[in-house]
Design a protein around this ligand. Structure first.
Ligand code: NAD
Length: 247
């Protein structure tokens, strides 16, 4: 029996990269997916079309999840369309990399707003619906950088580490309800985010990865699927999908 058949998920930033792979993977497993996007309308519509062509169900919802009123719109759209919510994947994220000396207050606030405050903004209005699910799941896409820190990423690292702390606290608070809360910490994954890194730096990073390659977005999606399908007794954890880069 497919335990995910008919479940409803929201994936923030689900139109591109890791979010698109998660959306497609959940849909292939019978989940109805609400794909949130901010500016990537074409990409999000493309993911919806590909899911529907493959016999799945999905809608795209525009919202800037760094703004609480906007984030609430995504949860409202899921309830209006599908009547319930089982899975929330907080995936939307940005980088604004600069050494701390050059980092502006705007760089700091923007990255904290999009990567961390968005998690509050979506989780708060989603909570009661997830508690009412028979298998509620919150999955926060954090990062290896939240675990190790990185030069030029004080803002991003703080936001991603914040997601991990949030994950553990909420996991404790929700444990009795059956809702599990976990973080996935990807290493370096081949998406637009990584293609922005200069070639020479990419080569240096790759040389340090024990498996000597970047990960694929689908490998993060497999982690999400595992937590959704078989993760009833896994909560408050960090699932490290990083080719051995951080153990
Ligand atoms: P990506 O740029 O393709 O995905 C980020 C998505 O978030 C995009 O679709 C973007 O439009 C969306 N987004 C940005 N701001 C938003 C907002 N305010 N509201 C709604 N959506 C917004 O890059 P990706 O690599 O797929 O990143 C996905 C997540 O994985 C991010 O949280 C990122 O920090 C994390 N991550 C990525 C890597 C990597 O190596 N690629 C490693 C660790 C963690």
């Amino acid at each position: 029996m497919n335990t995910l058949q008919g479940k409803v998920a929201i994936v923030t930033g689900g139109g591109t990269g890791i979010g698109a792979a998660i959306s497609k993977c959940l849909a292939e497993n019978g989940v109805k997916v609400v794909i949130n996007y901010n500016t990537s309308s074409l990409a999000a519509q493309g993911v919806v079309s590909s899911i529907i062509e493959n016999g799945g169900e999905a809608i795209a919802v525009q919202a800037d999840v760094s703004k609480s009123e906007d984030a609430t719109k995504v949860i409202d759209a899921a309830i209006e369309k599908y009547g319930k919510l089982d899975i929330l994947v907080n995936n939307a994220g940005i980088t604004r990399d600069r050494s701390f000396k050059k980092l502006t207050e705007e760089d700091w606030r923007k990255v904290i707003d999009v990567n961390l405050n968005s998690v509050y903004n979506t989780t708060a209005p989603a909570l009661n619906y997830l508690v009412n699910s028979d298998a509620g799941r919150i999955i926060n896409i954090s990062s290896i950088i939240g675990q190790t820190g990185a030069f030029g990423q004080a803002n991003y690292s703080a936001a991603k580490a914040g997601m991990i702390g949030f994950t553990k606290s909420l996991a404790l608070e929700l444990a009795k309800t059956g809702v599990t809360v976990n973080a996935i910490c990807p290493g370096f994954i081949e998406t637009c985010m990584i293609s922005e890194v200069p070639e020479n730096i990419r080569e240096q990073i790759q040389a340090k990865i024990p498996q000597k390659r970047f990960g694929h977005a689908e490998e993060i999606a497999s982690g999400v699927l595992y937590l959704c399908k078989d993760g009833a007794y896994i909560t408050g954890q960090q699932l490290n999908i990083n080719g051995g880069l951080f153990m």
